[in-house]
Design a protein around this ligand. Sequence first.
Ligand code: AMP
Ligand code: MG
Length: 360
Amino acid sequence: MTKKIIRVLGIESSCDETSVSVVEKTGEKIKVLSNIVKSQLDVHKDYGGVVPELAARAHSDVIHKLIKMALDQADITFRSIHAIASTAGPGLLGGLLVGVVAGKTLASSLNKPFIAVNHLEGHALSIKLEQKIEFPYLLLLVSGGHTEFTIIKKFNRYKRIGTTIDDALGEAFDKTARLLKMEYPGGPEIEKYAKYGDENKYKLPLPLINEKNCHFSFAGLKSAVADVVAKNKSTEKFKKDMSASFQKTINKILSTKAQYAIEHFQRINKSKKTTKIVVAGGVAANKSLRVALTELESTHQCKFLFPSIKYCTDNGAMIALAGIERFERNMFNKLDFKPKPRWPLDKDALFMKGKRIVGE
Ligand code: AMP
Ligand code: MG
């Protein structure tokens, strides 16, 4: 019997990467036929952060070219695509509109289904682009816009157990780097400087560390860094020591909260199996964070899985994959589907920004 083939074109434009990909599923086998990513780093560099209006324009400048490139690299035509999937939220509205309108236009002119994908579902499933994983598992998403622990119970059943009440972790890296007069994006810069610094030189606060829950807060950390910066000359040595101290603090926070998340997961799942934790998002590229998290494997029955960097950061392949999962279940969307800048994966999750959490 010949195996069923499904091919989906995925479009990602929720923040500062435009990406288009074709992913194919044959039986149980997943293959990424193409994954074109155009980063907007140059567009936003001078501003020290993503400028929404410029991001939207930059997406619309290249989206049509990327669609063609993705098809060419996959060596297929529109005819052999079964559906078009676009990130429809959460993210910056202008960017989302570009990807969603491109997806809908293709779907309507080609007479193929349109699938609106939640960006976070893409991250949750991205590990499946490279390896098999059984449900349930934990997702730790650490990016420029998100910081959260979510239990991936099964497809379309997600339970968020922790999030940030202010800045995302990537934002904390970027803001600290800016205070240290480093280039944007700050994460890779801090990592570079930290390698040569004394991580015990500056003692920074560990916000919410004593709260036995999986929530985060990073805004206070930025203020603490600003205080130290104000009292010191911006020498190379200072930048190195501050970067190392900041990174050590972040690792301590993440590793403590990951322990709570694992314990929470094991308590509710009552399974003797090793808990798998997928770490996704741009900050997952940080090597010292990877080491700090992986150390938990010796004390907790757990295993950390890191997708390749190209699937950790924003990419169309994870959106196409989520599209395939939805296609298989006939979960299509109408062409009047509106992008949702705020769209939690777990619809029961509380909006936590600015919340004070005491002993939750
Ligand atoms: P994303 O939002 O997934 O596109 O990821 C971008 C974020 O990841 C930015 O805030 C970067 O500063 C951060 N980032 C990228 N590489 C690293 C790194 N090596 N260490 C820490 N943060 C990083
Ligand atoms: Mg990005």
